[in-house]
Design a protein around this ligand. Sequence first.
Ligand code: PRP
Length: 209
Amino acid sequence: MIHELTNPVIKTLVNHLRETQTDALRFRHILHELSRLLAYEALKDDALEDQIITTWQGERTFGFIKEEDLIFVTILRAGLPMIESVTALFPKSSSGFLAMKRDERTHQSVLYYDRIPECKDKTVIVLDPMVATGGSLCDAISVIKGKSPKRILSLNIVGSPEGMDILEQKHPDVALFIAQIDEKLDEHMFIVPGLGDAGDRAYNTVEAP
Ligand code: PRP
């Protein structure tokens, strides 16, 4: 299930990411904002659990998202800015980290670090700004599925139609929320028009042309 967001605020923020003059600090800031907006959308139909809290009028019962059941898993390195803002929304959630690098020659993802907490019966929300071929995200989801979560959601910023097709084929049970599906992949498997390499943009490692 692919959900592309249509909100003009989201489109405006994505288009600022495309601008080369958007520096690393602002780039990460926009990733923070977009991640929050994606999280609102992804969780908008979630049930609230009643909790008794102490208010200025004494003990009252109110509904809360059960944030202890949320695990945010980010794919390093470009997913790192995304996890900061969503875990700030849910301080009782847990976090997990997968380090993957896309081999620029074969375009295959290579997993080299896996630090994910116990996922049984939890909601795992995967965070990666870019879905190009979809290889990294599909592999990350396969790793997470091996840990028996209750459900998996994916929050992404920009993707290609090709990447969306692969996700739907390989993981039709995963709900993916994305800010923008772009036109296509180029011959180097980069998203067009895209943003460039999100990890390089976020951490100032863009090489001069
Ligand atoms: C980028 C991006 C995704 C992946 C997408 O990471 O953050 O993880 O590529 O490509 P795919 O859909 O074709 O697998 P990259 O490998 O550039 O690493 P980085 O985050 O360290 O920059």
